[in-house]
Design a binder for this molecule. Structure first.
Ligand code: GLN
Length: 316
């Protein structure tokens, strides 16, 4: 069944979908840091990474952009790989129904609610092994590059700007420290998180990263087993329930795929056993998800029958 879906994905007319949705002009480009505000609202790329490692793409699929929150599932995966029990003890897995940067911790435990919102991502980034911020940054970058199958780099300008303007993130880090949860200093924690958000990718890379999760943690281009299946199951579950912020419930019903968006306009989705999907289009809807990114995934899911709760049942 999944091979049938992968074959259909390989034949799908991405060009027609791109031509149709390029006419969709809703949404606002994020302006939280100057580098993001300068993004071209018309840039629009779509990519699919398939089981044999082939990547099909259309539009501006080679334009670079920072991952922003689309990095969160991968950072969560790397933290689980390094410190599985601690991550599950110290970070929740409940959707918040609040915005991604809500200054909010679990009431009874003081834990961050889940790793897909800023509190949880700041926390999990710092559960990746490393003696200091530099070592953690480096380990995250190497891990993300393994997901991507190519060497990635940090846009230092974006990372610095994020740290300068990141008052809400600073508030969250202080709050977690005051609860006695976050271990490193606030500056160190925010440095690691900001660097992860500022990692540059393009749409094709994002699709390969999604595919690595879709294929049980094994990168379909390089063959490298980046994380274990146990980690992948946890990551996909949390992406499915919390990945699209306070739009997560509606997303799961309409699209039915684990996914994660970022405010630069990137969106990554994983279709288990079938493909990784990457989309890039900077204008965002009010909850912070790429308008065209959401539309692309809705269409791919409906046209190819990818919804996890609406797959053709195998009669055998
Ligand atoms: N760097 C951003 C922040 O922490 C990431 C937000 C996002 O992409 N939703 O505010």
């Amino acid at each position: 069944m999944t091979n049938t879906l992968a074959r259909a994905a390989a034949r799908y007319d991405l060009g027609a979908l791109h031509r149709e949705l390029v006419e969709e002009h809703g949404g606002e480009v994020d302006d939280s840091v100057p580098q993001l505000a300068e993004a071209d609202p018309n840039a629009f790329g779509i990519a699919l990474a398939l089981p044999d490692g082939d990547v099909r793409s259309v539009g501006n699929a080679r334009d670079e952009f920072s991952m922003q929150s689309a990095v969160k599932p991968f950072v969560y995966a790397l933290a689980l790989r390094d410190n599985y029990d601690a991550v599950h003890e110290e970070v929740g897995t409940e959707p918040t129904g609040e915005s991604f940067d809500a200054v909010l911790l679990e009431e009874d435990t003081g834990r961050p609610p889940n790793p897909m919102v800023n509190a949880g991502a700041i926390y999990t980034a710092n559960l990746v092994e490393g003696s200091d911020a530099r070592a953690k940054r480096e380990r995250i970058l190497v891990g993300l590059s393994a997901f991507a199958g190519r060497e990635l780099r940090v846009d230092e300008g974006v990372a610095e700007a994020e740290q300068e303007k990141g008052d809400r993130n600073r508030a969250l880090a202080y709050l977690m420290r005051s609860m006695g949860t976050l271990d490193p200093g606030v500056d160190e924690a925010l440095e690691v998180y900001a660097a992860a958000c500022a990692v540059l990718v393009d749409t094709e890379v994002l699709a390969v990263m999604g595919a690595t999760l879709a294929f049980g943690g094994r990168n379909p281009r390089t063959g490298e087993q980046v994380v274990s299946r146990r980690v992948v199951t946890d990551v996909l579950s949390v992406m499915a329930t919390c990945g699209m912020y306070d739009g997560s419930g509606r997303w799961l019903r309409r699209v039915g795929l684990p996914a994660k968006s970022g405010v630069a306009g990137g969106l990554v989705a994983s279709v288990q056993g079938v493909a990784g999907i990457g989309v890039y289009s900077p204008p965002l809807d009010p909850v912070g998800n790429s308008v065209r990114g959401v539309r692309v995934c809705e269409r791919l899911s409906a046209d190819l029958g990818l919804h996890v709760f609406d797959r053709e049942l195998d009669p055998s």
